[in-house]
Ligand binder design. Structure first.
Ligand code: CMC
Length: 432
């Protein structure tokens, strides 16, 4: 807290209220309204948290006007070009880039936690063959608290550490098990001499009847997507994880809540929605019709993969992914090239349209990610599951930060009540 205060004036210029100002390392100042209700008897009103900082955080910074995204201070472009997902996971979790020894130890720990308890694996026999992967992933992650109840004390640093490594390591295995159920193939156990993304590709696509060769471009693309999805400060699912965890609930339940929040089409579900939208548009000649629908206030259709609560210039992740799209499609996605062409065309049309210009609507991370997933052979219904794998490390980092915050309090917003005023109960016989 600084000694600075921010003064809200009455319309006649007389001083009405002074609020303490908090300053971060970067980004706008924050007015501390914690005592507002006690001292003034009023709440603040900000549906959707458009102008509300819900916590202090050291993890990720976004400047939406400049298109800047920093993980622990490092620009995402630099991490995308030079780092690996496992190294970025370490950075997000522990705050610093690892030394070679630290990285090797972390990588080894993640590799040795990839297997699922066989009982957990049997859950997949109970799901319908065509269950949505996100339904299975959130259910199975929630069920982890039934397996690790002896290491879930949120106040125990060793328990928190083992939880973090377990959940990061097991998410690809859980997603792969969901995929294998959907496609009617046998589950493939992890092979821990493989790296994180290579192991995931093998668990997804290998079959016992044939040898499986990992395509290095596929592994590189997936690793990049995981880096770009790893964290995004107080987004909907991360805020959900923090909120669920703030009650002291076990961390597996908090992450399961985050996965459920991610599934929505306004959040992580958008990558799936983009692919469906592009397929629906079908050809460049139909673009004007869909752009018109997106602009029509009476039509619920929105251009999926466009717009962002924070980015009002461009989403730096979309720029990086667009480049990777070219590489992947050149190498392995010939049949998906027309879809990519259509996406590029749609982007151009929208970027020139006054509606999208005025509202600062640009392609977001999800606009191109689905095209890469599809070229890799990942089914559309699994796209949000891929987002969840990358984002798990962000959720865990935020959960750790929240749970270890001195003076942590349960998240408990207030409301503007607009329901009936107090009234007396009427016996059923007397009701009209
Ligand atoms: N297509 C058409 N119009 C749009 C779109 C869109 N994709 N996005 C926003 N608008 C309009 C919206 O109708 C509103 O117009 P008006 O001011 O006339 O009412 C204006 O732009 C502001 O939109 P908003 O919904 O108030 O903005 P928000 O910050 O609440 O929502 C958003 C952000 C991402 C949910 C929204 O842009 C959207 O629904 N986009 C499509 C879904 C999508 O791609 N989601 C992925 C987000 S990135 C991945 C992630 O982090 O989850």
């Amino acid at each position: 807290m600084t000694n600075e205060t921010y003064t809200l004036n009455n319309a006649d210029g007389s001083t009405s209220l002074e609020l303490p100002v908090k300053k971060g390392t970067l980004g706008p100042d924050v007015l501390d309204i914690g005592k507002l209700y006690r001292e003034q008897g009023v709440f603040t009103y900000d549906p959707g948290f458009v102008a509300t900082a819900s916590c202090e955080s050291d993890i990720t910074f976004i400047d939406g006007d400049k298109g800047v995204l920093l993980y622990r201070g490092y620009p995402v472009e630099q991490l995308a070009a030079n780092s690996s997902f496992i190294e970025v996971a370490y950075l997000l979790l522990y705050g610093e880039l690892p030394t070679a020894t630290q990285l090797a130890a972390f990588d080894n720990s993640i590799r040795t936690h990839t297997m699922l308890n066989e009982g957990m694996l049997r859950f997949f026999n109970g799901f319908r063959y065509d269950a949505h992967p996100m339904a299975m992933i959130s259910a199975v992650v929630g069920s982890m608290s039934a397996y690790y109840h002896d290491t879930m004390d949120v106040n125990n640093p060793e328990h928190r550490e083992i939880f973090a490594h377990r959940i990061i390591a097991k998410l690809p295995t859980i997603a792969a098990a969901a995929h294998k159920l959907n496609v009617g193939q046998p589950f493939i156990y992890p092979q821990n001499d493989l790296g994180y993304t290579e192991n995931m590709l093998r668990m997804f696509f290998a079959v016992p009847a044939e040898p499986y060769e990992i395509n290095p471009v596929a592994a590189q693309a997936l690793d990049l997507l995981f880096i770009l999805h790893a964290d995004h400060e107080q987004n909907c699912s991360t805020s959900t994880v923090r909120m669920a965890g703030s009650s002291g609930a076990n961390p597996y339940s908090a992450i399961a809540a985050g996965i459920a929040a991610l599934w929505g089409p306004a959040h992580g579900g958008a990558n799936e929605a983009v692919l469906r939208m592009l397929t629906q548009i079908g050809s460049a000649k139909n673009i004007p019709e869909y752009v018109a629908k997106a602009k029509d206030k009476d039509d619920p259709f929105r251009l999926m993969g466009f717009g962002h609560r924070v980015y009002k210039n461009f989403d730096p992740r979309a720029t990086i992914i667009r480049k990777m799209c070219h590489k992947v499609l050149d190498q392995m996605g010939g049949k998906d090239a027309p879809l990519f062409e259509l996406a590029l065309e749609l982007e151009q049309v929208a970027l020139k349209d006054p509606y999208f210009i005025e509202k600062n609507l640009y392609p977001n991370v999800d606009f191109y990610s689905g095209i890469i997933y599809r070229a890799l052979g990942i089914p559309t219904s699994m796209f949000t599951g891929m987002f969840a794998i990358g984002r798990t490390v962000g959720w865990v980092s935020h959960w750790q930060e929240m749970i270890t915050e001195p003076g942590r309090r349960i998240a408990r917003p207030r409301q503007l009540y607009t329901g009936a005023p107090e009234r007396n109960y009427i016996a059923v016989a007397d009701r009209k």
